[in-house]
Design a protein around this ligand. Structure first.
Ligand SMILES: [Zn+2]
Ligand SMILES: [Zn+2]
Length: 335
């Protein structure tokens, strides 16, 4: 009989305590890691926090948001081409319209009607903006209108400061949840609840699609001088980050800089530059005065690209019952 190898058969009582502790630690780290990854992909996976931590930025949960900004530095490696800029601009435009026309004017304010199919289609395009799902977005936005520029407003630059209103508030545990009580009219649709829970799936697919398109064009149209990495960085990361900061100027800048046509209780402003950048949302003082209209530019010269897009969709039969600016509001808006 061969002598047993001491490396294989060790005395159990000599190794068990340390091995047991190490194994327990490893499994705890593993479980924590898994849970963190799960929280990135499944918004129902929560960590209980005490009240003191509710308003502090959860950096682990926010890591993908930070990484998305860092990924823009990829332009230094992938270079640029006209097609990359075109894809970035097109994805900005389509997604901005989905945000302003649907996340904001439809889901949050119900200023027109549409079919369940169109509703879901634009909810999906809206989710591609990496600004969470339609229920989360609408629930927080309705809360903003109810408490605009008070302590209860999650993103008032007057109360919480510019940086917090622009980029801080939504990274905290308090504002991570979707309060379904604020959006019962939307939460009745199971497909919207599903999308709200797994919203991150849409941008992941979009990122993969931009890479695939670039890789394909590199093969079939080398004269375009693009690549998978180039379209991923410009078409997804740069476009999404610019889209994000443009959108949240309405929370930060449009409550600070511009004209106040109406003496609303909040600090909302009308700002042409922000209106151009956000397809009409910069007429924010108009909007706070009368949020029930599908149109936010109240005068003919107040450029409102979202309104023109919605009119086109109505003409095509995709949406209907666009709520106009009432005559009494138009009269108050003057000439
Ligand atoms: Zn506002
Ligand atoms: Zn609004």
């Amino acid at each position: 009989m061969a002598t047993p190898d001491p490396r294989v058969i060790a005395s159990p009582e000599r190794v068990a305590p340390s091995t047991g502790r190490a194994a327990k630690r490893a499994s705890q780290v593993h479980a924590r890691l898994l849970h963190t990854v799960r929280r990135w992909f499944d918004t129902s996976a929560m960590v209980e926090r005490d009240e003191a931590q509710q308003d502090r930025i959860d950096w682990l949960r926010a890591a993908p948001f930070v990484a998305m900004h860092l990924a823009c530095l990829g332009v230094l490696w992938v270079g640029v081409s006209p097609i990359a800029l075109l894809v970035a601009a097109a994805l900005y435009a389509v997604r901005m319209f989905a945000l302003t026309g649907f996340y904001h004017r439809y889901f949050s304010h119900k200023t027109f009607r549409t079919s369940r199919v169109v509703q879901f289609a634009f909810a999906v395009i809206g989710a591609a903006c990496v600004q969470r799902g339609p229920l989360w977005w609408a629930a927080h936005h309705r809360h903003h209108h109810r408490h605009a520029d008070t302590a209860l407003d999650p993103h008032s630059p007057g109360v919480h400061g510019f940086a917090w209103s622009h980029v801080g508030w939504f990274l905290t545990p308090r504002h991570f949840r979707t309060d379904l009580a604020r959006v019962p009219d939307l939460a009745k649709y199971p497909e919207l609840r599903w999308l709200d829970r797994y919203d991150i799936a849409v941008p992941v697919v979009l990122a993969a699609a931009t890479y695939a398109l670039g890789a394909l064009l590199q093969q079939v149209a080398p004269q375009l001088h693009t690549s998978g990495g180039q379209l991923l960085v410009w078409g997804f990361f740069v476009s999404t980050v610019v889209l994000f900061h443009a959108t949240v100027t309405i929370n930060s800048l449009a409550h600070r800089y511009g004209r106040r046509r109406f003496a609303t209780k909040d600090d909302s402003r009308n700002n042409l530059w922000l209106a151009l950048l956000t397809f009409g949302e910069g007429w924010h003082n108009n909007h706070h005065y009368f949020p029930g209209s599908a149109r936010q530019g109240f005068r003919w010269w107040e450029i409102d690209l979202t309104w023109y897009g919605l009119k086109l969709m109505a003409w095509l039969g995709l949406v209907h019952d666009l709520k106009p600016v009432p005559a009494w509001v138009r009269a108050k808006a003057g000439r």
